[in-house]
Write a protein that binds this ligand. Structure first.
Ligand code: UDX
Length: 433
C-alpha cells in the first residue's frame, strides 16, 4: 500500500522504514532540510540500533523516498501517518501541539481524494476529535477521516517494537474505513496474532498516555522505596527482585536509580496532568505530581551525594560523569538525568568530564561548557568521584583495577545499579548507590 509518514524524527523515521519493510511504498516528509538530506542519502541522523541498515535498504530499493513537500505528499497516497513531535510547552505542563496542528493545516487543503490520517504522535485526549473537526473545515470536496493509532516504541528497540509490537491500538470514529485500512497495513503482524484493540479515538489517546504514566509511576514507586531503603539501610535491588517475582507486579521497570528522563515519560505525565485539569479531573492524576517529584529528587540526591563524597563542597573538585544519554542504546539527551546532574554539579564549582559512547555530539549542543572526554578512562583521569549515570555495557565492562590507577580517589557512585559492586570493592573502590 502507498502511504505517507509526516515527520521523520525518532518515531517517524522508524515507522517509515518499518512500513517499507512490511512491503509498503512509503514517502516520508521531513521539513528540516539537513535531516531530509541525510535520510534521503540513507543515513539516520540519530543513533538507533538496526535502523540505519533498514532505512538504507529501503532508500536504495526506492520503497522509501523522502521529501519536504506537502504537495508531493498529498499527490502520493491516501493514507497519512502523523509522526511529528509533541514536546512540552515552554513554561507550561501542557503538550505543544503546534507541529501536529500544522501537519493537518498544511496537508488537508491539498487533498484532492478522500483520505485517512492516522495519528501516531502522543497527544492529549480529545486531539483527534478537534483535528477531525478542523479537517472538515479545511477539506475541499473530499472526506478526510482522522483516527489515532498510537506508537509504543522504546528508543534503542524502536525497530523491534515497531515490527513486533506487544499490541496494536486503533481509535477510530464510527463509520470510517480506518480499521479495514489498518488491517491491511499491519496484516503481517495480525497474522502473527498481535493483539489488535479497536476502539474510539479518546480511548486510544488515553491508552498511550496511561501506559506512559504507569511506567513512570512504576519507576518512581521503586525510587520512593529506594529512599526508604536508604533511611533503613536496606537493599532496594533485593526488594525489587523479590516483589518482581509476583507476576502481578513483575520485575521490569523496577530498576531504582537516577530515574526516568527522555523525550517521552517526563513530558507525557505533565501533559496528562495538564489535560486532566482542563477536563476537570485534575484530582484523579494528582499522584503524578508526586511521581514527578520523586523522579526529580533522584537527580538532586545524586548531586548531594557527590558533594558529600567530596567532603562537603564541589568547588574545585573533578567529577567524572559516565553516561549522558537518557538511557543506554540511545544518543538522545532530551531531559537526560545524567546530563542534568552533570550540569548541576558544574554549577556548584566542580569541573565535570563527561563521556558517553553515543551521545557526545548531542550533549555538546545542550551543555557546551562541560568537558567532554575521549573515553571513559580519559573522563576518570584525576577524578575525585566517578558517577555512572547511564548503564551502558561499556561501563559495566570497565576494569576497576586499571581505572583505580587513573582517578585521584577511587570512589564510584553507581547511579543505575549496573556495576558489579563486589568486584569494584575488591579493586579498592568505595562504591555508593
Ligand atoms: C518510553 C516508553 O517505554 C515507550 O513505550 C513509549 O512509546 C515512549 O516512552 P523511551 O522514552 O524510549 O520509551 O524509554 P524507556 O525505556 O521507557 O525509559 C525511560 C526512562 O526510564 C529512561 O531514562 C530509563 O533510564 C528510565 N528507567 C527505565 C528507569 O529509571 N528504571 C527502569 O526500571 C526503567
Amino acid at each position: 500500500m502507498r502511504m505517507v509518514v509526516l515527520g521523520l524524527g525518532y518515531l517517524g523515521a522508524t515507522h517509515a522504514a518499518c512500513m517499507a519493510e512490511l512491503g509498503h511504498e512509503v514517502l516520508g516528509i521531513e521539513v528540516v532540510p539537513e535531516k531530509r538530506a541525510q535520510l534521503a542519502a540513507g543515513e539516520v541522523p540519530f543513533y538507533e540500533p538496526g535502523l540505519p541498515e533498514l532505512l538504507k535498504r529501503h532508500i536504495d530499493t526506492g520503497a522509501l523516498t523522502v521529501s519536504g513537500s506537502y504537495q508531493e505528499a498529498a499527490d502520493f497516497a491516501d493514507v497519512f501517518f502523523i509522526a511529528v513531535g509533541t514536546p512540552q510547552k515552554k513554561g507550561e505542563y501542557g503538550a505543544d501541539l503546534s507541529y501536529v496542528d500544522s501537519a493537518v493545516e498544511q496537508l488537508v487543503p491539498l487533498l484532492t481524494r478522500d483520505a485517512l490520517i492516522l495519528g501516531k504522535s502522543t497527544v492529549p485526549v480529545g486531539t483527534a476529535r478537534r483535528l477531525s473537526e478542523r479537517a472538515d473545515e479545511l477539506a475541499k470536496d473530499v472526506e478526510v477521516e482522522i483516527a489515532w493509532n498510537p506508537e509504543f516504541l522504546r528508543e534503542g528497540f524502536a525497530v523491534e517494537d515497531t515490527l513486533h509490537p506487544d499490541r496494536l491500538v486503533l481509535g477510530a470514529f464510527a463509520g470510517g474505513s480506518a480499521e479495514v485500512t489498518c488491517r491491511e497495513i499491519y496484516a503481517a503482524m495480525l497474522e502473527d496474532d498481535t493483539p489488535f484493540i479497536v476502539t474510539d479515538p479518546p480511548t486510544a489517546e488515553l491508552v498511550k498516555t496511561s501506559a506512559n504514566a504507569f511506567l513512570a509511576t512504576k519507576i518512581s514507586f521503586i525510587n520512593a522505596i529506594a529512599e526508604v531503603c536508604d533511611a533503613a539501610d536496606a537493599d532496594v535491588k533485593a526488594v525489587a527482585d523479590a516483589i518482581g517475582f509476583d507476576a502481578r507486579i513483575g520485575r521490569r521497570f523496577l530498576n531504582a536509580g537516577l530515574g526516568f528522563g527522555g523525550g517521552c515519560l517526563p513530558k507525557d505525565i505533565r501533559a496528562f496532568m495538564a489535560r486532566a485539569g482542563e477536563l476537570g479531573a485534575a484530582e484523579a492524576l494528582s499522584f503524578l505530581r508526586e511521581v514527578d517529584n520523586v523522579n526529580m529528587r533522584r537527580r538532586t540526591r545524586m548531586v548531594e551525594l557527590a558533594r558529600k563524597l567530596c567532603g562537603g563542597s564541589l568547588l574545585g573538585k573533578r567529577i567524572a560523569v559516565l553516561g549522558a544519554a537518557f538511557k543506554p542504546e540511545s544518543d538522545d539527551v532530551r531531559d537526560s538525568p545524567a546530563l542534568n546532574v552533570a550540569g548541576q554539579i558544574q554549577l556548584q564549582g566542580a569541573s565535570v568530564a563527561v563521556y558517553d559512547p553515543k551521545a557526545m555530539d548531542n550533549s555538546r549542543r545542550v551543555f557546551p561548557t562541560l568537558d567532554y572526554a575521549q573515553s571513559a578512562v580519559d573522563a576518570c583521569e584525576k577524578a575525585d568521584v566517578v558517577l555512572v549515570l547511564t548503564e551502558w555495557s561499556e561501563f559495566r565492562n570497565l576494569d576497576p583495577h586499571a581505572l583505580a590507577t587513573t582517578v585521584r580517589s577511587p570512589v564510584v557512585v553507581d547511579g543505575r545499579m549496573c556495576l558489579d559492586g563486589k568486584a569494584w570493592e575488591q579493586a579498592g573502590w568505595t562504591v555508593c548507590v
